[in-house]
Write a protein that binds this ligand. Sequence first.
Ligand SMILES: Nc1ncnc2c1ncn2[C@@H]1O[C@H](COP(=O)(O)OP(=O)(O)OP(=O)(O)O)[C@@H](O)[C@H]1O
Length: 633
Amino acid sequence: MALKNLQLFHMNRGMGYQNKQATPMKAPPTALSALSRSISKSADTLAGTTITGKEIKARKARSTEQPGTNGNLQKGGSSLALPALGKWGEDAESLRSRSRTGSASSRTGSLDRSNQGSSITLNGEEDNINVVVRVRPVNEKERSLQERDMLEFPGKGQIIVNGISLAQKPKLFSYNVVFEPAATQEDVLEYSGIKRLLEMAVEGFSCTAFCYGQTGSGKTHTLTGPPGLVERGASPYSPEHGLVVRSFVYLYQLIRDRPDCNYILKASFLEIYNEKVIDLLNPGSARKPQQVRWSKESRSFYVENLFTVDCEELDDLFAVLEEGMRNRAVGAHAMNAHSSRSHTLLSVRIRRDVGSDRDITCSTHGKMNFVDLAGSEMTKRTKSSGKTLEEANNINRSLMVLGYCIAQLSDGKKKGHIPYRDSKLTKLLADSLSGNGVTLMIACIAPTKSNLNETINTLRYASRAKKIKSKPIVKMDARDALILSLKREVEALQIENQHLRTAVQIHTDYNGDTDSQKSRSTPPPIEANKLYQLPQKELVELVQLHMSENSALRQENTELFVVRDQLLRDHELLSRENERLLKKLEDVNSVCTRSPLIPARAAYSISSSTGVPDIDIWTNHVGSANSTLSGGS
Ligand SMILES: Nc1ncnc2c1ncn2[C@@H]1O[C@H](COP(=O)(O)OP(=O)(O)OP(=O)(O)O)[C@@H](O)[C@H]1O
């Protein structure tokens, strides 16, 4: 696969990328100056180096660092909670339509989903992280040993783990989705909820899919397919490909379907091996570890000097995956001939420039992480010794810290310290687990008796993870967030303005425009996608224009409120006047009633022929009091 765009970048802290046109911004007054200060501050702190890389596949000798320019602007500054974006993954109906037979080996019984399973609804409410379970098929070795299958799948996202003896009670676990052994890689893409994660990453959310489970349970298989598939450069449409390649294809499909937005995709790939972070896109011959640091601005951990590859085309993402898979640490032990000896983290950052409404472009910064955790190992069973034993100990230690963090996060009552800092893995996953991101956990298990203890441990781990609450937010630049909020305010004021004008019937009664309306000028329209090409100066002017339009609208609305109040007062005066007149009329009437000459009450004329009153005929007796009788009361 050819890597079309080979610009390699150091990614420097959190959301920041290098930007060659770093122009310092002059600080205009008030809110703008605060924005400007934050942007210039970002520019200072982002000072770093830019690396130009050669084609990854051809890159034998690794790229060397070159002095670069200061970067700025794309520092993740503020965040904005978005309104509801819909339900997680598939709707229940489409899932229900996949009938199941209850047989673990049946193709049609390969998937099940709980009806009451949690779903992510992003309406500002908290929700649980999505946990699915994948059960791998019985392997050759287990078959030859005629190992017992310990699992049953009663449906509704449930798994029953049978006891070894009859005395042991079966254990029941429930999840969002359970993939039985016959489930295909395509099933995992379709029903795990990953598609929704990718859609959300495109919209600006930080999303993470991670595989957890004991060694040999199928984590790498689920993410990248059978051993060596990616490294061999298999066709992206091979049915054996795992979730990562399938997600790449889906991601580019999503992007193709939204030509109205501009996207920039960058990918990085690292591994945590023996508590050291190695850049899989630039490991160097010495596999020099990279530092994990804390960014005050983005309030998250980041890996310093990590290579980031611009991925204009699908092929570029494949090349990143291929390169990283070749460089990661793999070893053999008694339970897996191709065991991952490290945790890997493949990250795709998605910047989306949206020509939101009419004139202004805003950017969101989404992220899709794929995490293949090394498997927990019982070193006795894996027969580890020497280097493999050291690796296993490090793997188990970091997984234990992850377990503590998950336990702490899942306990809604405890609001104590979460020990993210205790391992590199939890530092880098903190963002995803802490609740601002959207997380999918795929717990991988083996069905056989020899794996029973590890299977139960994994299922308990997964059940705990299911309790973690999340409240995802969209990340935006401080500048974009300000422009967007100003734009929204202007629009709200315009609507209010229109409403007030209608309310006071301005088109008929209120002649002419308010002073502020005369002086107000609407900012010039700007084509979508052009905002980022604007020089800083024009950008500042644009923001200033919006702010002044905003304040003019406020003033105009205040004036309209005054006019409305005046009209209300007039209306009240008129009402009082009417009341006064009515009262007067009543007084006149009551005077008339008391007069013997003018009966004020209604009276009926007597029919001359029948001698009974003509119903419903009211006569005014003024002037005829002597000729008729006064009517009945
Ligand atoms: N669903 C599956 N269908 C077919 N083969 C599978 C499945 N899951 C796993 N396997 C096979 O089982 C073997 C072990 O799987 P894999 O290497 O993915 O395990 P792992 O959990 O990543 O292990 P480790 O933690 O040691 O890296 C591989 O040969 C893999 O292809």
